[in-house]
Ligand binder design. Structure first.
Ligand SMILES: C[S@@+](CC[C@H](N)C(=O)[O-])C[C@H]1O[C@@H](n2cnc3c(N)ncnc32)[C@H](O)[C@@H]1O
Length: 281
């Protein structure tokens, strides 16, 4: 069969219309992935003919996407901050709202500072690698309980050429016993166990351990808030991502753990998404 890029995008967009809120975009990302070109190259050459082998692979990906599989797991890649990251079904797919956490964390770390920074629950390494890239004089420690996630994170550090980051396996602060940091950032699991969103969209395919935070979603945040003071330098900052309705709860937990200067920041959708606090000691 002799099919052009334009025809394929049209057909795939129609096929995905009932399965995705962004059918055309999904089709473009998948086809660009199969052809190993950028989306702008797709737009520049809509008349390009697609070989049979690539056509078959594209058809398989469209069927998988139609069944709900996240685009990022199909391509194995996701852009975050200024980084292109490898993602696998063992890692959460980094979200744009987590860039707010990176942005706010960076505000507390002067350019040129030679500080130690900690990312708890690093997944693909998104936060740790963005911090390591933006603050090359800092040393970033990234912790995750999942070995397969850490494998992906290590690969990402290597392919990005970032050497000021180390990866440790374990339960929250366990691998960094006795160490103190100037800043701790975390996007921990915070979805309540019975939240119906867990059965919809990309979340169905992501690791439960990366998503759920107990009956009220705050189990991990509670632990991190309580234990963080023992791992912060005096005046150190804790920056947490949280759920859309958890900001007041998180501020309460941070205040109870001794944090001051509490501030909450909204994501691009206007939702309270990130809370920071300083531990004065
Ligand atoms: C919401 S994901 C965040 C991933 C990544 N930081 C991001 O923003 O894309 C939460 C991460 O916490 C990790 N995690 C869950 N429980 C943990 C624990 N007890 N100790 C350390 N990491 C944990 C999960 O494996 C997952 O990678």
């Amino acid at each position: 069969m002799d099919v052009t890029v334009a025809t394929l995008l049209r057909m795939a967009g129609t096929r995905l219309a009932d399965a995705s809120s962004t059918p055309r975009l999904d089709a473009e990302i998948l086809l660009a992935h199969v052809l190993q070109i950028s989306r702008s190259q797709l737009f520049a050459h809509p008349e390009q003919r697609v070989a049979d082998k690539q056509l078959r692979l594209f058809a398989l990906l469209v069927v998988a996407r139609h069944k709900g599989r996240p685009v990022a797991y199909l391509t194995g890649q996701r852009d975050f901050w200024s980084l292109s990251l490898k993602v696998t079904p063992a890692t959460l797919i980094p979200r744009p709202e987590t860039e707010v956490l990176v942005e706010q964390a960076l505000r507390h770390v002067p350019v040129g500072a030679r500080w130690y920074l900690l990312d708890l629950g690093t997944g693909s390494g998104a936060i740790a690698l963005a911090l390591a890239k933006e603050r090359p004089h800092c040393m970033v420690t990234a912790v995750d309980v999942s070995n397969p996630a850490l494998e992906a994170a290590r690969e990402n550090a290597k392919s990005l050429g970032l050497q000021n980051v180390e990866f440790l396996q374990g339960d929250w602060f366990a691998p960094v016993a006795g160490r103190r940091y100037s800043l701790i950032a975390s996007n921990p699991p915070y979805v309540p166990d019975t939240d119906p969103h867990l059965n919809a969209g990309d979340l169905r395919f992501e690791p439960r351990r990366a998503l759920t935070g107990g009956p009220d979603g705050l189990a991990a945040i509670r632990k991190i808030a309580l234990r963080a003071p023992a791992h912060l330098e005096p005046g150190g900052v804790l920056a947490l991502e949280h759920g859309y309705d958890q900001a007041a709860g998180v501020r309460g937990l941070l205040a109870a753990a001794g944090f001051g200067e509490l501030q909450t920041f909204r994501d691009l959708a206007g939702i309270e998404r990130v809370t920071t606090g300083r531990f004065a000691d």
